[in-house]
Design a protein around this ligand. Structure first.
Ligand code: AVJ
Length: 302
């Protein structure tokens, strides 16, 4: 259960909260604002890549009957891809029901012939897709470098699940953020306007509502840095003062300077990620990269 899961994370020697709890209503809005910050290049770079290479990507993928997008959110990226591929059916999968249903409705409005559906599910566990979704010519679309939130073993597990969703006529189109200069990476997760800092702190307000805790977000500082050994951006919240936090049935003391780990965002070299795709059962892999070499889209087939 959500409740126990959060409390268990908070009781670890180094406290942690899963990044899936960033996305309450305000958190989803703040994330959207992050994607518009000048420092946050991934969303913009991916969109430009998809638009500029649309013809090549379309040729590589061929006819698609059903696009399945885990983490579809507001459906903005789905719109771009559906314009390119013109599938008959779209299935958005997300934990945030309200935003997903809005997104699916918008897609349907843009193309009344598109059979657009919403599946509400927590993507950090295995997801069973409804039986009525056609099996032939599925494309799993996982943009935004969302896979970067998982540890490499979980990421591999996720890729195996994507492989299980498709048959030999299907494929996976996935975006990954590549390693690059540390300054560029760190600025992307600590924008000058402080939007990412607000996004990070907001997780405490969400947790307060979920478990009835009394975190004071204003007592915590946003930290984001690149960990070169693990090749990941880490986000933490650092206590500005020593404090006690309570929740129903428990609590924890934090000393000044102690941290809560809120997110990892892995940056995979292209060849490393292509190797993971092969391990997950995708034999053929094609890729497109922007001219700076910051971001890649990969198309993988069984
Ligand atoms: C949604 C997981 C792709 O890791 O870049 C952005 C989340 N966190 N800024 C990322 C995020 C802070 C984002 N993903």
């Amino acid at each position: 259960m959500q409740h126990e899961d959060i409390i268990q994370g908070l009781m670890q020697p180094v406290a942690q909260i899963s990044p899936k709890y960033f996305y309450d209503q305000l958190g989803s809005k703040l994330f959207e604002a992050i994607t518009n910050q000048p420092e946050y290049y991934p969303t913009r770079t991916e969109r430009i890549l998809l638009e500029q290479r649309a013809e090549d990507i379309k040729r590589a993928i061929g006819t698609t009957h059903t696009v399945i997008e885990p983490g579809a959110g507001n459906g903005e990226k789905a719109q771009i891809l559906c314009d390119i591929l013109k599938p008959q059916c779209f299935v958005g999968v997300d934990i945030s029901a309200e935003i997903l249903q809005e997104g699916v409705a918008r897609l349907r409005h843009a193309d009344p012939n598109l059979d657009a559906r919403a599946v509400i599910a927590d993507l950090t566990s295995r997801v069973q897709l409804p039986d009525e979704i056609p099996r032939e010519r599925r494309l799993v679309f996982y943009p935004g470098s969302s896979i970067g939130n998982f540890d490499p073993p979980q990421a591999l597990e996720w890729l195996r699940q994507a492989r299980a969703w498709i048959d030999s006529s299907g494929g996976l189109l996935i975006g990954i953020d590549l390693p690059k200069e540390v300054d560029v990476l760190e600025a992307a997760y600590d924008d000058a306007d402080g939007i990412t800092a607000r996004f990070n702190r907001n997780i405490l307000s969400h947790v307060n509502r979920l478990i009835g805790s009394d975190f004071d977000p204003s007592e915590w500082s946003h930290q984001a840095f690149f960990n070169p050994v693990a090749s990941r951006i880490e986000m933490h919240l650092q206590a500005d003062t020593s404090q006690s936090v309570h929740w129903a049935g428990g609590g924890r003391d934090f000393v000044c300077g102690e941290r809560i780990h809120t997110e990892n965002s892995y940056k995979y070299p292209l060849q490393v990620f292509a190797g993971m795709l092969r391990q997950a059962g995708f034999a053929r892999v094609q890729s497109w990269t922007d001219e700076r070499g910051w971001y890649a889209l990969l198309y993988a087939q069984p």
